[in-house]
Design a protein around this ligand. Structure first.
Ligand SMILES: *Cc1c(COP(=O)(O)O)cnc(C)c1O
Length: 354
């Protein structure tokens, strides 16, 4: 194996998707499986589909292009750039939208390319990322209905991501109300009322999802096995489908305090270090180019993170349970941001087991 490596247990991803498929089915909810945290790796998309997902979603059109061989509906999560309208219509069946200018561009592209493009209007419910204000949603829906080449498929919202606002019965009920208002105003049926991401799973799991929410967009809960509002784990979910593994290139006893005049490190910051005396320090061959080092956790309890520069990650292995040597490897768990970074880094070798 070449290091650093992101080791992916495919079978665990299949099982996570199965568990979530059953949970959502019981709650009367459909979902699309979100591949953006793993750069739409086709093996992972395949695991999602094997586990019961019936559609795929990603925030980047490049990633949906990577998935074009899979014969399932594809949804673009990030509201499109007007300049990419042609590709969006070509490679996404549905996109999330909140801007009239962009909807016009999508309509023109759809007509030109002879396609019908699905639209979900995003409604702002307090997290303050994308979405039209509540009082403008009905109007934007009406104008969207008049655009040729587009099909208004529903409304949606996104919470948890920027403001950290969690989805609950109150804010998601507002989304259902908007959907019903749009249906009444224009005498149509909306197929999709999309109530958020992995942070909404707890409502489905506890039977508290407001009636009318029939769709979620799920990434993290499938990949890392936890819902994201309360970090709860549900039966059948694995939190260890991904392992980050790096190799020790130096192992020496050194003081914990730098020696000499301390100004700034490679990232322009002044390091704050506590004096803990002499420690056995291991350098593993990876760094900030590959990983967000404060979002990884050594699997072995006795190993502590000290810090990282671009290509070196320093560990305190004074109290490691096993004696270590240069050439040994160290395993880490990854939080979401670290998984994104490891997936994005070309230097991290992706290795599938199972
Ligand atoms: C990333 C994203 C999701 C999926 O979020 P997870 O927390 O990974 O489930 C859903 N919807 C939108 C709009 C997103 O950007």
């Amino acid at each position: 194996m070449r290091y650093p490596a992101l080791i992916i247990d495919r079978q665990k991803l299949v099982e996570n998707t199965q568990a979530i498929t059953w949970l959502c089915r019981d709650a009367g909810i459909g979902f699309c499986a979100v591949t953006k945290a793993v750069c739409a790796h086709p093996e992972i998309a395949r695991a999602f589909l094997e586990g019961g997902a019936t559609s795929l979603a990603d925030s980047r059109i490049e990633n949906l292009i990577r998935l074009s061989a899979f014969p399932v509906p594809k949804l673009l999560l990030r509201i499109p750039m007007p300049s990419e309208a042609d590709d969006v219509v070509r490679f996404a069946d549905i996109s999330l939208n909140s801007e009239w200018t962009t909807l016009e561009r999508l309509s023109e592209a759809a007509v030109r390319l002879g396609r019908i493009h699905g639209v979900i209007l995003m409604v702002e419910l307090g997290d303050l990322r994308e979405g039209v204000p509540l009082d403008q949603a009905v109007d934007l829906a009406g104008r969207t209905l008049r655009l040729p080449g587009l099909k208004l498929q529903g409304v949606g919202t996104n919470l948890n991501c920027y403001g950290g606002v969690i989805p609950d019965e109150h804010n998601l009920s507002e989304l259902v109300v908007i959907a019903r208002q749009i249906e009444a105003a224009y005498r149509i049926r909306l197929e999709i009322v999309s109530g958020g991401n992995s942070g909404s799973v707890y409502l489905a799991a506890s039977g508290r999802m407001p009636a009318g929410i029939n769709h979620l967009r799920l990434g993290e809960v499938l990949l890392l096995g936890r819902e994201t509002s309360f970090r709860k784990q549900y039966p059948g979910l694995h939190t260890d489908a991904f392992t980050f593994r790096a190799e020790i290139i130096e192992l020496k006893w050194k003081p914990s305090l730098p020696i000499g005049q301390v100004r700034q490190n490679a990232f322009g910051r002044k390091p704050h270090v506590h004096d803990r005396g002499l420690m056995l320090r291991a350098i593993v061959a990876c760094g900030r180019q590959d990983i967000l080092y404060d979002l990884i956790t050594p699997r072995e309890r006795g190993i502590k993170l000290v810090g990282a520069s671009s290509d070196h990650l320093i560990l305190d292995v004074t109290h490691s349970e096993h004696p270590l040597a240069v050439g040994d490897t160290v395993d880490f768990s990854l939080a979401y941001g670290a998984l994104v970074a490891a997936s994005t880094s070309e230097y991290v070798h992706k290795v599938f087991v199972n």
